[in-house]
Design a protein around this ligand. Structure first.
Ligand SMILES: [Zn+2]
Length: 347
């Protein structure tokens, strides 16, 4: 560049966290958060984490996150759709959308970052001086979560598994937030609500939300490394209903919840885990009701031609809630998970 020639766009100031985002402004802003990394490819460059802020001004704030795992796609599709379609004139508050949170993983169709092998959902609260994935966690936990009254982290089963489409909620952390999670999950209108232990995964966004005292739920929207259209249909009805209930979206058709969800729980006996290397043959389908002791899977040995496949049995009554997709398995691979039904009146 010759002297006196201005760059086509202003460069981001050193130390800035975002380009194109002013959290005090109204309207629809499309920008990105900064992750800075230096290696043979990036050489100190900014790795952009796309962010949209859609705001009418003061009011409640929703933070919608997708792409925490890069190969979980339903939430990413929904997030992009919301960015395009949410009209700030119809809001009484703010919606912040992060459609590709671990953006290097999204760009690589991978669960974790190809740069540092970082699993964003084990990286909270993150470190601003850490590797790229820790920086994403620090950006979300430090700059976005403190602004939020409601957080939804949209996951799916990814390339390795398929879930029953569900709201996915940690128990607790206190009675008030737990009641709010139950309400939000029901309003979302997915066929299932999957309840898990408090702070199930340390370092997850759900844990970070609970620790910050912010209403935080997650979803599991099918998976298999593809896009389940039925999950999208349910979320397209449920998300406006939920945003309206939170007082953020005005004039949304307050459509009643179409059907009460089935309430299920992941417990320590839920996983059916292979003890052998070989080929996984499921004996049941996702969503099927099974009984304790029932054979649910077999693993066939590849090289031991005279050996019968090893059988695996349900350890409890419930429904098949998560099914592994790739057929090749190793000792320790979870083949499927069985979730007992919960009585919603007991929650
Ligand atoms: Zn995930």
């Amino acid at each position: 560049m010759s002297a006196g020639t201005a760059p086509a766009r202003p460069l981001a100031p050193v130390g800035a966290s975002f380009t194109g985002i002013d959290f005090s402004a109204t309207g629809k802003q499309l920008g990105y958060g900064h992750v800075v990394h230096s290696d043979n490819v990036h050489d100190g460059a900014i790795i952009p984490v796309p962010v949209a802020v859609i705001s009418s001004g003061p009011g409640p704030v929703a933070l919608l996150v997708a792409g925490t795992h890069g190969d979980e796609y339903e939430g990413q599709v929904l997030a992009h759709e919301l960015i395009r379609e949410l009209d700030p004139a119809r809001l009484s508050g703010t919606v912040i959308v992060v459609p590709a949170a671990n953006s290097p993983a999204v760009r690589s169709a991978a669960r974790v970052s190809p740069i540092d092998a970082g699993n964003l959902n084990r990286s909270y609260p993150g470190r601003a001086e850490g590797g790229p994935t820790e920086q994403v966690a620090a950006l979300i936990a430090g700059a976005l979560l403190p602004r939020a009254d409601f957080v939804i982290d949209m996951h799916s089963g990814g390339s390795n598994s398929t879930y029953l489409p569900c709201a996915f909620i940690y128990r607790g952390p206190d009675e008030e937030l737990w009641r709010a999670k139950l309400r939000a999950s029901r309003l979302l209108g997915l066929p299932y609500v999957m309840v898990v232990a408090p702070l199930l995964e340390p370092g997850s966004l759900s844990s970070a939300g609970d620790l910050a005292g912010v209403l935080t739920i997650s979803t599991e929207l099918s998976g298999s490394g593809t896009v389940d259209r039925h999950a999208l249909v349910a979320m397209r009805r449920g998300m406006p209903r939920l945003l309206a209930d939170l007082g953020i979206l005005n004039g949304a058709a307050e459509a009643p919840v179409e059907a009460e969800p089935q309430w299920i729980e992941l417990v320590p006996e839920s996983p059916v885990t292979s003890t052998a290397a070989g080929l996984f043959e499921p004996l049941v389908d996702l969503g099927e009701a099974v009984s304790a002791g029932q054979p649910v899977a077999r693993v066939h040995f590849i090289d031991e031609l005279d050996r019968q496949p090893r059988a695996y049995h349900a350890r409890l009554d419930g429904v098949v809630a998560i099914m592994r997709r790739p057929t090749l398995v190793a000792p320790g691979t979870h083949l499927l998970h069985i979730a007992p039904l919960l009585d919603p009146d007991s929650l």
